[in-house]
Design a protein around this ligand. Structure first.
Ligand SMILES: [Mg+2]
Length: 198
């Protein structure tokens, strides 16, 4: 039994902060890990907007509850869980993502925490730096063969450390930077890449 690590946003669900951007008219929140390589820079920007616009945790949670996983994501995840040990490995936060985790029947997810005071997001706490890569390394140390899929700059270390790393619907500019990685355009493609490891 091999292990499959899946990025969350961009692979199984849409980008949470882009929904928040639309609902709160905050253009700066449209930027994602597909645009900025430095995750701390991206999160600092998000925190600045959240504070300036006084966007509360409950406001974001309400928006997230209206979101749905990608078409086909639930079916793909069901197939994956029958054939691999699976964990979502994400740079999102439990406090934001949980309604979508629920919609996918509570798969394992390794991600970060937000620090909340009186419904205000005061800061964020990363599990550890470079968490995605470290998860893959930890699983390798447990003697698993590790497959991984993701769509953005924050997945590169995970994808390159895994025994097999696959881009899922990554934008062309990122694929061009890392031409050594396999690519999948949809969940069926991804399944096809994974089949030989089942
Ligand atoms: Mg992503």
């Amino acid at each position: 039994m091999n292990f499959l690590c899946l990025d969350f946003e961009g692979v199984l669900i849409p980008e949470i902060w882009q929904y928040v951007a639309k609902e709160t008219n905050s253009k700066e929140l449209m930027l994602t890990t597909q645009d900025l390589k430095d995750y701390d820079e991206l999160m600092s920007l998000r925190m600045k907007v959240v504070n300036e616009k006084n966007i509360k945790l409950s406001d974001i949670q309400e928006i997230v509850r209206t979101m749905e996983p990608f078409d086909g994501a639930e079916e793909f995840l069901g197939w994956a869980r029958q054939n691999f040990q699976v964990s979502i490995v994400s740079d999102t936060f439990y406090e934001l993502a949980w309604p979508l985790v629920e919609k996918l029947n509570f798969p394992t997810i390794i991600c970060h925490h937000l620090e909340i005071k009186n419904d205000q997001i005061v800061s964020y706490s990363l599990r550890q730096n470079n968490n995605k890569q470290k998860v893959v390394e930890a699983l390798s140390n447990l003697k698993y063969k590790v497959l991984a899929a993701g769509d953005s700059y924050n997945d590169i270390n995970m994808l390159q450390t895994a025994d097999k790393g696959i881009f899922f619907q990554a934008p062309q500019h990122i694929k061009d930077e890392f031409p050594n990685l396999l690519t999948a355009d949809n969940h069926e493609d991804l399944k096809a890449h994974l089949l030989e490891y089942t």
